[in-house]
Design a protein around this ligand. Structure first.
Ligand code: ATP
Ligand code: MG
Ligand code: MG
Ligand code: MG
Length: 562
């Protein structure tokens, strides 16, 4: 393709809001443009890479026995009401009305749509198992859209759903998709790790996240330096134990005031041994309310304070509601309504409560600085010790280390949460009706693209691995006003095209410096420069990633390129 005919608007400066490399480089190199906060257009280069990532995902999903389909992004509220998530998903779900004032959602995920589809068309074990997937736009009104494609409000997801007549069958498919994910991220050339996503409330083997290792990742992974153990620490308390306390913990009144105290002080008040790794204390106030005291770093009146605690109360859902939320799959832990004035630490406290105690909350269900004992009777408390660096690994092998990760994939055993609420059942061999057993499996395709750039760049731009690069070869004619350079470049361009080499030809009337800088920025793996020695038939061949550079005669070019 001729660069003069393409839309590749490169920029010399980083966009003001771009904090991380993938965001900066994808914008600067002309792959994406922001349309609104968390909403991006993919320009031709971006679309080409997206397609290549999608293709690898497709190939591996197909190999794993999944079948591609396409579901609507626009979904009637009735389905979400059936599953219960119209109420529990929270403000992340984009909602709108049609001209008849009927309510709709823009799909944040597709459990509801697929479950309603399957219940209408499948009713016997003979048709199970069934694994279906799609690659499609998802909408989530994220509280903090940021980091370019890493956390968008509109983004591309590959989402798959499986239906089974037994848990054994679910386990088999889960393993197959898990392996497909490993293949996908390996083929993409990503340095990643599969981690236990939730060992606390759900049992560690039922859900895994695929994490691309990166400093800009929003998750922290705890992994053993000697074994395969790896978990997302936010979701991996080592110990969750409830203890009975006859005292309604009157002492709590003293600690759960707006004063800031250290965790040691809190623990002392509670007469609780402060152990290494203790991050959070949870107190069961009654059947619906839990007080969470969290240790963390705060900023109070612009002063940074370390290791302070903050108290918040979270309302828990009933067990039934809880199952819906916990089994909600993609975004299941997303619907946390936190009023804007609540700071980050409180936000985490809510998350722990949600994860560990399976809470669902809604607007106004979360208060800062409530006074338990005065406002609620406290009946029970539990402690959560989270893994810290240097701890022994829970599997007994090795020591825990921390790393940051970007969640690019998530596999999840749903069980019968949706099939029960939405009445998707099948007749088994004995003619008995049972709810279908389900799994769901997501990959953030556009997030994966950004994760690739996080791992493949240098100070001059992107350094794509070959199989996802927008083109294989970048052909530069340094001075198109020089007849010999232009002619040689054109003939190389024609030959490469004829040979099926995916080539981008910089035929623009730009200075050599601009062409080199743009080429480094865009990051195509192989560069052919037609310059001063064009008359003798020599061109320069340069590997973008290694910087390795040689002079080659055109007669040898094809063998060197392929
Ligand atoms: P996160 O914890 O980052 O918010 P999630 O757990 O809510 O992600 P899932 O519901 O598991 O996401 O969705 C499946 C995949 O979709 C994720 O593993 C991630 O790769 C991708 N994804 C989720 N939210 C976004 C987003 N806002 N922008 C881009 N990709 C996303
Ligand atoms: Mg989320
Ligand atoms: Mg997540
Ligand atoms: Mg997830």
């Amino acid at each position: 393709m001729k660069q003069s005919e393409m839309l590749i608007p490169t920029l010399r400066e980083n966009p003001a809001d771009a904090e991380i490399k993938s965001h900066q480089l994808l914008v600067r190199a002309g792959y994406i443009r922001q349309t609104a906060s968390g909403i991006y257009s993919f320009l031709p280069l971006g679309k080409k890479v997206l397609k290549k990532v999608e293709e690898i995902v497709r190939e591996e999903m197909d190999k794993a026995g999944a079948h591609e389909m396409l579901m609507p992004a626009l979904q009637p509220s009735e389905l979400w009401k059936e599953s219960g998530r119209w109420d529990t998903f929270g403000p992340e779900l984009m909602r709108l009305n049609d001209r008849h004032q009927r309510e709709f959602a823009l799909g944040a995920t597709h459990e509801e749509v697929i479950t309603s589809l399957i219940r209408d068309d499948i009713n016997t074990y003979k048709k199970l198992p069934l694994v279906l997937y799609q690659i499609q736009t998802k909408f989530r009104d994220e509280k903090r859209p940021r980091f370019g494609l890493l956390r968008g409000r509109e983004f591309m997801m590959k989402d798959a759903y499986s239906f089974h007549d037994s848990y054994e069958s679910l386990d088999e498919t889960y393993e197959r998709i898990y392996n497909a994910y490993s293949n996908i991220f390996t083929r993409l050339g990503l340095n990643f790790r599969a981690v236990i996503a939730d060992s606390g409330a759900m049992g560690g083997k039922d859900t895994h996240e695929f994490m691309v290792l990166s400093e800009v990742g929003e998750d922290t992974i705890a992994y053993s330096d000697e074994s395969d153990y790896a978990a997302n620490i936010e979701m991996a308390p080592v110990v969750t134990e409830y203890e009975k306390s006859d005292e309604p913990l009157k002492e709590l009144e003293k600690v759960a005031t707006p004063d800031q105290k250290t965790m040691a002080e809190v623990a002392e008040f509670l007469n609780h041994p402060l152990e290494k790794g203790l991050k959070s204390l949870m107190f069961k106030v009654d059947d619906r309310l839990v007080l969470v005291v969290t240790r963390g770093d705060h900023e109070v009146n612009d002063v940074k304070l370390k290791n302070l605690y903050q108290a918040s109360v979270v309302e828990l859902a009933s067990e039934e509601e809880t199952r819906k939320v916990m089994g909600a799959g993609f975004g299941s832990l997303g619907p946390i309504h936190v009023p804007d004035e609540v700071d980050v630490v409180a936000d985490h406290a809510v998350k722990y409560a949600v994860n560990v105690s399976c809470g669902a909350n809604e607007d106004g269900y979360h208060f800062l600085n409530v006074n338990p004992g005065r406002d609620f009777e406290v009946t029970q408390y539990a402690d959560l010790r989270f893994i810290q660096e240097g701890d022994p690994s829970p599997d007994g092998r090795g020591t825990i280390q921390f790393a940051r990760g970007i969640e690019v994939g998530h596999v999840f055993k749903l069980g019968t949460v949706y099939s029960e609420s939405m009445k998707a059942s099948f007749l088994d061999q004995n003619g008995k009706s049972n709810p279908m057993i389900m799994g769901c499996y997501g990959i953030g395709v556009s997030r994966t693209l950004a994760a690739l750039v996080e791992q493949y760049h240098d100070e001059n731009g992107i350094t794509w691995p070959t199989h996802v690069a927008p083109f294989h070869v970048h052909l530069l004619a340094l001075n198109v006003n020089k007849e010999e350079q232009k002619n040689l470049a054109e003939s190389i361009y024609e030959t490469l095209k004829k040979e099926g080499v995916d080539v981008l030809y910089d035929d623009r009337k730009e200075r050599a410096g601009v062409k080199f800088a743009d080429s480094d920025l865009i990051g195509i793996p192989l560069r052919i420069t037609v310059g001063k020695r064009a008359g003798e038939g020599y061109v320069e061949l340069k590997q973008r990633k290694s910087g390795e550079q040689t002079e080659v005669h055109v007669s040898e070019l094809l063998t060197r390129v392929n």
